[in-house]
Design a protein around this ligand. Structure first.
Ligand code: AHR
Length: 511
C-alpha cells in the first residue's frame, strides 16, 4: 500500500476552467469522417448522412470545441472543393494520407454536424500549399453576412446565416519536414502574420492560433516558437502544441509518468512566449492551444508497414489508419494528461484530444456496424462534464515511483475544481502504481465536505490485466462505483486500487 496527502484550499486557485480545454479533433484522415461521423446508408444515419449512434456517443463524451479539417490533411486542402452541390465536388488525391478524397463531406456538412454535436468549430486553414488569399476568402465565405460574391455563394449553397466561426488555426505542423509546404520559422512567421492580418481585415473579431512545434523533440523546438512569435505576436492569441505518447518496450512506469513531459513542454512554451513578450515590450499574453494530444502507438516498423500497405493498395477512399485499441493503462495515462492540462488552465486555454472517431480516438465504429467507447473515453467524459468553475491548486505529498525516462513521479496524480455556483468540489485522481493500492487523504481548507455526490473508479475488471481494452462486442473497461470514500473532519479519505483512475465529487460548505 502507498499513500498520498492532497491539500485543497478555497483561496488557492489557478483560474477558471477554460471552456475549450475539453476539445477534440476531426480530420479527413482514415475513417474519422467517412464511416466515422458520416455514413449515409448506415442504419442510424439521419437525412444528412450523420451517424446518430456516433452523435449520441459524442454528446456523451462532451467535447466543447472540435478542430477541423486537419491535421496534415489541411496543408494540401482546397476548402472550395468541399462546398457547393455535392455531385459536382471534385475527387482529389490527398497526399498527406495517400487517400482518395471524395469531398462528399465539407464545410457546410461539418457546420451542420457541429450544431447537432453541440460543439464550437475550430477551423484550420491551409498554409502549406496556399496562403493569404485562400485564408481571407474562407473567412469571408464563412463569416460575412452577405452582399459579396463569397458570402452570397455561401447563402446560395444553403447557409443563409453566417457560420460565425470564432477560432482559427493558421495552418498545421509547418515545422515538420513531412508537412506539405514545410517551412522555416521565418517563412512561416511572415506568412502567418500576413494571413492573420488579411483574415482580420475581413472579420476583426476572430481568434487566431499560430503553429507551434509538432512535438518538443523537434530539432527546432524553442527556436521555432521564438522566431514565429517574434513575427506574429500582435496578430495572434495562441500558440499551438502537439504531443503524442506511447509505451516503449514494456516500460510502463515511464509511460505512466508521461504527463511530466507534458508539464515540462507546456511550461517551456509559456516561458518562450513570455520571453518574446518581454523582448517586444508587449502587454498581452499569448496563451496555449494544445490542439493535438493523445496516446498514439507509432510502432516504427509496424506503422511503416501499414503506410506501405496503404500505398501499395493504391488510392482508396477512407482506408483504415491508426485505429489504436486503447487499454486500461492508456486510460490512466489519458487521465493524467487531462490533469496536466487542467493544472495549467491559467495558460492552456484550448486543448484537443486527437482524434474523435476511429483515428486514435475514444470512439470507434465499424462501417455499417456498431459504435463503441474505448477505455480512454471515460476520463475525458467525466472531466468534460464535471470540471467546472475554478481550478484548485492542489498541494500533493505522495509516495514516488522511479522511472527510467523521466525523474521519479508522484504515484498519485490529481487535479481538482471548485464549482462555487453548485457548491461542489471535483477531484480527478490517478494511481500510477502497477502493483499497489494507494490510500489518499484529502485535506479541505476553507471548505467543509458535506455529501459525496459521486465516486467512480476505472480499473481493470476482475480477471483482466492492464492490457484489457474495449471491443465492439464487449465494453469491459467501464466506470464503476468506488466504495469507501468517507468524509472526515478535515476533508476526505479514499483508497485507489493499483493502476486506476477515479473521480470524486463532493458538495461543500464554507468552513
Ligand atoms: O492526428 C494525426 C496527425 O498527427 C495529424 O494529422 C498531424 O497534425 C499530426 O502529426
Amino acid at each position: 500500500m502507498t499513500s498520498a496527502r492532497i491539500t485543497l484550499d478555497r483561496d488557492f486557485t489557478v483560474g477558471d476552467v477554460p471552456h475549450r480545454l475539453f476539445g477534440s479533433f476531426v480530420e479527413h484522415m482514415g475513417r474519422c469522417v467517412y464511416t466515422g461521423i458520416f455514413e449515409p446508408g448506415h442504419p442510424t444515419a439521419n437525412e444528412s448522412g450523420f451517424r446518430t449512434d456516433v452523435l449520441d456517443l459524442v454528446r456523451e463524451l462532451g467535447p466543447t470545441v472540435v478542430r477541423y479539417p486537419g491535421g496534415n490533411f489541411v496543408s494540401g486542402y482546397n476548402w472550395e472543393d468541399g462546398v457547393g452541390p455535392v455531385d459536382q465536388r471534385p475527387r482529389r488525391l490527398d497526399g498527406a494520407w495517400h487517400t482518395l478524397e471524395t469531398n462528399q463531406f465539407g464545410l457546410h456538412e461539418f457546420m451542420d454536424w457541429s450544431r447537432l454535436a453541440n460543439v464550437e468549430v475550430m477551423q484550420a486553414i491551409n498554409l502549406g500549399t496556399r496562403g493569404v488569399d485562400a485564408a481571407r476568402e474562407l473567412v469571408e465565405y464563412a463569416n460575412h453576412p452577405g452582399g459579396t460574391y463569397l458570402s452570397d455563394l455561401r447563402r446560395k449553397n444553403g447557409a443563409e446565416e453566417p457560420f460565425d466561426i470564432r477560432l482559427w488555426c493558421l495552418g498545421n505542423e509547418l515545422d515538420g519536414p513531412w508537412q506539405i509546404g514545410h517551412k522555416t520559422p521565418t517563412e512561416y512567421g511572415r506568412l502567418a502574420k500576413e494571413a492573420a492580418k488579411a483574415m482580420r481585415y475581413v472579420d476583426p473579431t476572430i481568434e487566431l492560433v499560430a503553429v507551434g512545434s509538432s512535438n518538443s523533440g523537434m530539432p527546432t523546438f524553442g527556436e521555432w516558437e521564438h522566431t514565429v512569435l517574434s513575427h506574429v505576436y500582435d496578430e495572434v492569441d495562441y500558440i499551438s502544441l502537439h504531443a503524442y505518447y506511447q509505451e516503449h518496450d514494456g516500460d510502463a512506469a515511464s509511460f505512466l509518468a508521461s504527463a511530466l513531459d507534458m508539464d515540462h513542454f507546456i511550461e517551456s512554451v509559456i516561458a518562450t512566449a513570455d520571453a518574446v513578450r518581454a523582448r517586444g515590450r508587449h502587454k498581452k499574453h499569448i496563451n496555449l492551444s494544445f490542439d493535438e494530444w493523445n496516446v498514439w502507438y507509432q510502432r516504427g516498423k509496424e506503422t511503416e508497414d501499414q503506410e506501405h500497405r496503404v500505398k501499395e493498395s493504391g488510392w482508396r477512399e477512407h482506408p483504415r489508419l491508426i485505429e489504436d485499441e486503447y487499454t486500461m493503462t492508456d486510460a490512466v495515462v489519458v487521465g493524467t494528461f487531462l490533469n496536466s492540462l487542467l493544472r495549467h488552465g491559467d495558460r492552456v486555454h484550448i486543448a484537443n484530444q486527437a482524434q474523435l472517431v476511429n483515428v486514435i480516438a475514444p470512439i470507434r465504429t465499424e462501417e455499417n456496424g456498431p459504435a463503441w467507447r474505448q477505455a480512454i473515453f471515460w476520463p475525458f467524459a467525466r472531466m468534460a462534464a464535471l470540471a467546472k468553475g475554478r481550478i484548485l491548486r492542489a498541494s500533493v505529498t505522495s509516495d514516488r515511483v522511479e522511472t527510467t525516462q523521466y525523474s521519479d513521479a508522484d504515484i498519485v496524480d490529481v487535479s481538482a475544481t471548485w464549482d462555487e455556483e453548485n457548491s461542489r468540489v471535483a477531484l480527478f485522481l490517478a494511481n500510477r502504481s502497477l502493483d499497489d493500492a494507494a490510500t489518499v487523504e484529502v485535506a479541505l481548507h476553507g471548505f467543509r465536505g458535506d455529501r459525496i455526490v459521486r465516486a467512480e473508479i476505472l480499473e481493470a475488471p476482475d480477471g483482466a490485466d492492464r492490457h484489457v481494452s474495449n471491443t465492439a462486442a464487449d465494453e469491459r473497461v467501464v466506470l464503476r462505483p468506488l466504495p469507501g470514500v468517507s468524509i472526515t473532519d478535515g476533508g476526505l479519505t479514499l483508497t485507489l486500487p493499483a493502476l486506476s483512475w477515479a473521480v470524486v465529487e463532493v458538495t461543500v460548505a464554507k468552513a
